[in-house]
Design a binder for this molecule. Structure first.
Ligand code: ZN
Length: 449
C-alpha cells in the first residue's frame, strides 16, 4: 500500500489509548491523528478500516529473547533444571547450530512473535560456533523479509571452562574477533532515527561467560559507536555466588566497575537486586527486561517490578529464549507477568493495564525507542489488533481487560510502520506449514547430534 495513503483504524471495540474512542489515523508510518468519541478525522482522504471487532494495542515490544532456542524447546535433557545445570545441558546441543538451522529458528521465533501482536523485538544471539560467523546477518535478513522492527544484539562469550567460565570451549570466541565483528555489524546494519527498522546493540552474555576485559571493551565500543548495551544480570543466586567468588563483589557492583551502569544498558531479569541497588539503577537510567515465564520455568525467582518502578527503574517485558519459556508469545507473557506480579503485590498495585504498559511503553524505554510503544500523536504506526471471537472470550465485559484476563494469544492484524504484516491471523508471504516442517527437521538433527 502507498505509505502516503492515510488509514483510519475506525471505531475499535477497545483501544489502549486516551482520547481515541473512534480510533486513530496513520500515514507515512506514523500516527497522525487520534479520533475522539463523537468526532471524525480531520485528515482528508483517509481510507477506513473497520475495527469494530478489534481491540487495538500499541504493537508489543519484546526486550529479551534467544531466537535459536526455538530449536531446543522442551528438551528432556535440560528439563527440570535450574539455570547453571540447564545451560550446561544445552551448550553442547547449541554448539551444533548451523546457518541453515539458525535461519529457520529465527524465522519461527519472529513468526510467533508477530502473530502474538509483537511489532518490535530484540534478540540476544551469543552462540558463535565455527561456521556461524554470519549469525547477525542471517537475523537481519529474516527481519527484513517479515517486515518486523528489530534491535538485534551482537552477543558474545569468551570465558569458557578453560578460564573458569561455564560454557565449553567450542562455543566461545576471542575478544578481538568479537569486537571486530561488533563494529562490522553496527557499521553495516544499524539505522539511526525514529523510523529505524533495524538496529544493533552489543551484548556479552553474562558475568559467568564473559571476561572483565571484554565487558569493559564492549562498553567502550558501545559508547564510541553510540549503540545500546545488553546482558543478563541478577538472574539467580548462583550468579551472585559466582560474582562474589570471582570478582569479590555483587553483580551490580561488577557491572558498574565494567562501565555499564548507565542509560545505554538494559538488563535481562534483575531478580536479585536489593533496595539500594534499585536506587542506583534508577539514578543511572538502566532498565530491566522482566521475563516472567522463564523465571518461573527455571524457578529463578520473581523480579520485584513494582519496587523497581518506585525506585525509578523502567521495566519492560521479554519472552526470553525458547528453551526456558518455551513459547515466543508476547501476549501470553503479558498475562504471565500480570499474574506473577499481582500475586506478589496484590490487586491494588497491579492491573491488566500495568502489564500492557510494561509490554509497550516500558519495553520501548528498554530498547531506547520512545517513539514506539504508545498510541499517541506522532508515534510510530505499530499496532496490534485482537479479535475477541474465540470461546475463551465469550461473554466478556471490558474488552481491554478481556485480552489479559481471558488469555488472548493470537493477533488478527498487525501493523508495523504503517504496513499490515499480519492479516486475518496470517503473516504476509509466509508459508507457516512449510517453515514448521523444515524447522522441526533441523531441530531433530541438532537434538540427536
Ligand atoms: Zn536470556
Amino acid at each position: 500500500m502507498d505509505q502516503g495513503q492515510a488509514i483510519w483504524i475506525k471505531d475499535p471495540l477497545g483501544i489502549f489509548a486516551d482520547g481515541a474512542a473512534r480510533g486513530v489515523v496513520v500515514r507515512n508510518g506514523r500516527i497522525v491523528e487520534l479520533v475522539q468519541a463523537g468526532g471524525r478525522p480531520a485528515t482528508t482522504g483517509a481510507v477506513a478500516f473497520d475495527a469494530s471487532q478489534h481491540v487495538v494495542l500499541p504493537g508489543l515490544i519484546n526486550t529479551h529473547h534467544h531466537f535459536y532456542q526455538t530449536l531446543t524447546r522442551a528438551l528432556p535433557a535440560a528439563m527440570d533444571r535450574e539455570l547453571f545445570p540447564w545451560l550446561q545441558a544445552l551448550y553442547p546441543v547449541w554448539a551444533q547450530l548451523t546457518p541453515e538451522a539458525l535461519q529457520l529458528g529465527v524465522s519461527v521465533a519472529m513468526a510467533e512473535l508477530l502473530l502474538s501482536g509483537c511489532t518490535t523485538t530484540t534478540d540476544h544471539h551469543y552462540v558463535f560456533p565455527a561456521g556461524l560467523e554470519d549469525a547477525v546477518d542471517i537475523e537481519v535478513a529474516v527481519a527484513k523479509r517479515l517486515g518486523m522492527r528489530v534491535l538485534l544484539t551482537r552477543g558474545s562469550m569468551n570465558r569458557s571452562q578453560r578460564d573458569g567460565g561455564l560454557p565449553p570451549d567450542t562455543v566461545v570466541q576471542d575478544e578481538d574477533t568479537i569486537l571486530a565483528d561488533s563494529e562490522r555489524v553496527v557499521a553495516k546494519y544499524h539505522q539511526r532515527g525514529e523510523d529505524a527498522m533495524v538496529q544493533i546493540a552489543l551484548a556479552p552474555c553474562s558475568p559467568f561467560s564473559v571476561t572483565t576485559s571484554l565487558m569493559r571493551a564492549t562498553a567502550a565500543l558501545a559508547d564510541r559507536l553510540d549503540v545500546r548495551l545488553h546482558t543478563h544480570l541478577a538472574e539467580t543466586e548462583d550468579e551472585n555466588k559466582f560474582c562474589e567468588r570471582t570478582h569479590g563483589c555483587r553483580p551490580l557492583d561488577y557491572l558498574e566497575q565494567c562501565g555499564w551502569l548507565n542509560a545505554r544498558t538494559w538488563l535481562a531479569h534483575g531478580i536479585f537486586f536489593d533496595a539500594a541497588e534499585m536506587e542506583r539503577l534508577g539514578k543511572a537510567g538502566t532498565t530491566i527486561s522482566h521475563c516472567a515465564c522463564s523465571n518461573q520455568i527455571l524457578a529463578s525467582g520473581c523480579c520485584p517490578v513494582c519496587d523497581m518502578e518506585e525506585a525509578g527503574v523502567g521495566v519492560g517485558l521479554g519472552v526470553d529464549g525458547s528453551a526456558s519459556n518455551d513459547a515466543s508469545n508476547l501476549m501470553q507473557e503479558v498475562r504471565a507477568a500480570f499474574l506473577l506480579q499481582r500475586a506478589r503485590y496484590g490487586v491494588a498495585k497491579v492491573s491488566h493495564k500495568d502489564a500492557l504498559r510494561w509490554a509497550t511503553k516500558g519495553s520501548a524505554a528498554c530498547v531506547g525507542r520512545p517513539e514506539l510503544g504508545e498510541i499517541a500523536l506522532g508515534k510510530a504506526a505499530d499496532l496490534a489488533l485482537f479479535k475477541l471471537d474465540e470461546l475463551r472470550f465469550s461473554g466478556h465485559g471490558d474488552p481491554l481487560a478481556a485480552l489479559v484476563l481471558c488469555g488472548a494469544h493470537r493477533a488478527d492484524r498487525v501493523m508495523v510502520a504503517g504496513k499490515w504484516v499480519v492479516s486475518d491471523g496470517a503473516i504476509e508471504g509466509l508459508d507457516v506449514a512449510d517453515l514448521m516442517r523444515r524447522h522441526s527437521a533441523a531441530a531433530r538433527a541438532m537434538q540427536v547430534g
